[in-house]
Design a protein around this ligand. Sequence first.
Ligand SMILES: Cc1cc2nc3c(=O)[nH]c(=O)nc-3n(C[C@H](O)[C@H](O)[C@H](O)COP(=O)(O)OP(=O)(O)OC[C@H]3O[C@@H](n4cnc5c(N)ncnc54)[C@H](O)[C@@H]3O)c2cc1C
Length: 266
Amino acid sequence: MKLLTELKVYLVSRPAVDWDQIAQFLDDEDVPGIPDSIRAGHDESAAIVEVSARMCYMSYGRGRKDIADFINNLLASKDGSVFEHVNYGFVVTGVSRSLTHELVRHRAGFAYSQRSQRYVDETEGAFVVPPVFTDGFGDTEEAKQVLSKALDSAAKDYVALVESLEKALPEDKFEAPRDRRKAIRQAARSVLPNATETKIFVTANVRAWRHFFEMRGSPFADLEIRKLAIIILRILQKEAPLFFGDFTIDKLPDGTEITKPKYSKV
Ligand SMILES: Cc1cc2nc3c(=O)[nH]c(=O)nc-3n(C[C@H](O)[C@H](O)[C@H](O)COP(=O)(O)OP(=O)(O)OC[C@H]3O[C@@H](n4cnc5c(N)ncnc54)[C@H](O)[C@@H]3O)c2cc1C
């Protein structure tokens, strides 16, 4: 039985700008060209927000000259829709099914692709140990043994169910062997616990990520998803400080981290 205590996060997609097309558009519209029209410089994600926001008033080359000031003004005035043009995608592994169940509740501006328990065999699958066992919350040795026993039993029951259904389900009931395997796995997974490890590809736009950090970085959020939120926030603060720099990260008395934005729900 494989037990995981660390999740992994990979930033796998980020926005890109076609500068030639932007230059062409500005030229066609007879407004100031780059760089006078675009204060974001080479910051592509900021440029996307700037180009889209300036569209509303055709204010290319006018108004706020400093891009940080420009973005902060959008955040402060809750002009959130322009942040929907910029998406970041992450592959996340080593997280539990309970985490992803909470993650996929975030609908607006999010896209997901998750490892299937119907197509993928879980015989060699792993389990995620909840942070309360690993993050210095005191002597959890006894509870850890209870957890370990329960997970071990679930893993064995899963294998037993797969083997038993392998024998029980007649091949001629299914159009293809793949359908039979799927029927077996989708029934056997019913004994897998919330701690079962999963992998998910999640993409969201800046507005949606900001809302996610606010909700899941709060002291009331589950520890595992809170950890994920803060790991992704730190990556995006480096990647796009103009969009995420207003989030502060603090420690609670129990040593866990929380985050809070200056500009709430834009
Ligand atoms: C600490 C915590 C505890 C929770 N406990 C529970 C619980 O016990 N049970 C439970 O079921 N859930 C629980 N949730 C989940 C929560 O109710 C939300 O489903 C989840 O946080 C996603 O938030 P959201 O709907 O704002 O996000 P999104 O779905 O991403 O939506 C973002 C925003 O878009 C707008 N929006 C999206 N869809 C609609 C719509 N259909 N109509 C109108 N406006 C829309 C809303 O303004 C919304 O805030 C909990 C969440 C947290 C953070």
